[in-house]
Ligand binder design. Structure first.
Ligand code: SAH
Length: 360
């Protein structure tokens, strides 16, 4: 079976050429998949019946099947656990704030980066997602937003409804699955089909320096977020082990190169952990590190995970930390913790589900 969503437009055309069909059939199918978001060849009503039958027999469309879905109590966050065709599972989270409908997507099954406060890291890396598996998460929620009629448990979604933003902050390290991710993001940003502006896509990385340079050279203006979490190599090496390969000097230098090349503001993410990285002098060290970068700091009170010593900062300590950065003229926000009770933190629903499955 050919996974159709893994194919670019050129790939669909090529497939159809090998079937002896004209180029425009490939374009019709690509548009059905990426614009109309159909999940069944029978819905491709401008194709001859024989071609629809061949698609049904030899290809498949959506690689995702919904396992569980949970809404937060305030009905502003919906989290889905999807099963893939090989039985692996991934998480995707929809968040509604203000007029935004932001989707947090995964790029890998698990993660190899080993960050010591992250739930996804605890199971290690199983495999990369394919371009279609990445894209399909956005397609799935877009379809749902377009026809939201879930009367039993509607989210508070303003109409007309479609995804406005994507954050690549789910399971996995996006820049460790570079080619598949780029193909997926190009598909989503294609003005002819899904038409999400690249500027409304934010990619978050642990800091793979060579890949940041590669991203800077792409003609796809997505936004970049860097998971910093510490301003000294000693501490960052404990929290984010990849720091031993790409220490802060190398990472910050890459950020400067990225900014010189793209002129885009960079977001730095910093998960505040009580007694670990939340002291005012650590905020001052962070401000020093960021001198000369046009950036924004996103302070995230830690989502505590099982079997981890780290606890979230108090609101007072978070405010103190923020003030040091603001005083240094660095735009800084403390991110609201959303969906905590639905395990919306990175990798947490999947982990909870696995524990349930193990107990049963
Ligand atoms: N691998 C990428 C993207 C996935 S994680 C990265 O590291 O950026 C998205 C963000 O959530 C990262 O900043 C990550 O460090 C953070 N994160 C992971 N576990 C967390 C937790 N338990 N509490 C708060 N933030 C967490």
């Amino acid at each position: 079976m050919i996974p159709l969503l893994d194919l670019t437009r050129a790939g669909v055309r090529d497939l159809l050429a090998t079937w002896g069909e004209p180029v425009y059939r490939g374009d019709q199918i690509y548009d059905w998949l990426h614009k109309s978001l159909v999940t069944d060849p029978e819905q491709m009503t401008n194709l001859p019946k024989t071609l629809r039958a061949r698609l049904a027999a030899e290809t498949h469309i959506t690689p995702l099947s919904l396992i569980t879905q949970i809404d937060s109590r305030d009905r502003l966050t919906r989290k889905a656990l999807f099963g893939l065709r090989d039985g692996a599972t991934i998480e995707t989270v929809l968040m509604l704030y203000n007029q935004r409908r932001t989707l947090c997507i995964s790029t890998q099954v698990g993660c190899a980066m080993g960050c010591t406060f992250c739930a996804t890291a605890q199971g290690g890396l199983l495999r990369n997602l394919s371009p279609g598996e990445i894209l399909a998460q956005a397609h799935w929620f877009e379809r749902w937003l377009r026809q939201e009629e879930d009367a039993a448990a509607p989210l508070r979604v303003p109409r007309p409804s479609h995804l406005t933003n994507i954050v690549v902050m789910g399971m996995g390290e996006p820049l460790a699955n570079y080619n598949a991710l780029m193909q997926a993001l190009r598909g989503l940003a294609d003005p002819e089909t899904f038409a999400l502006s690249a500027r409304s896509i934010t990619l978050s990385t642990v800091g793979l320096v060579p890949m940041i340079d590669r991203l800077a050279a792409e003609d796809l203006p997505v936004r970049l977020a860097i998971s910093l979490h510490a301003a000294s190599n000693r501490l960052r090496g404990q929290l984010v082990p990849i720091n031993k390969h790409y220490p802060l000097e190398a990472l910050i230098a890459a950020c400067h190169r990225y900014q010189t090349q793209t002129h885009r503001r960079i977001t730095f993410e910093y998960a505040l952990m009580q007694g670990i990285n939340d002291a005012p002098d650590q905020a001052a060290a962070l401000a020093d590190l960021l001198v000369g970068l046009r950036c924004h700091v996103n302070l995230i009170p830690l989502n505590p995970i099982p079997n981890s010593p780290y606890q979230p900062t108090s609101p007072e300590a978070a405010a103190r930390f923020q003030q040091v950065l603001l005083d240094a003229n660095i735009p800084t926000t403390v991110r609201l913790r959303r969906g905590i009770e639905i395990n919306a933190g990175c990798g947490q629903l999947r982990q909870a589900e696995q524990q349930v499955m193990i107990k049963n």
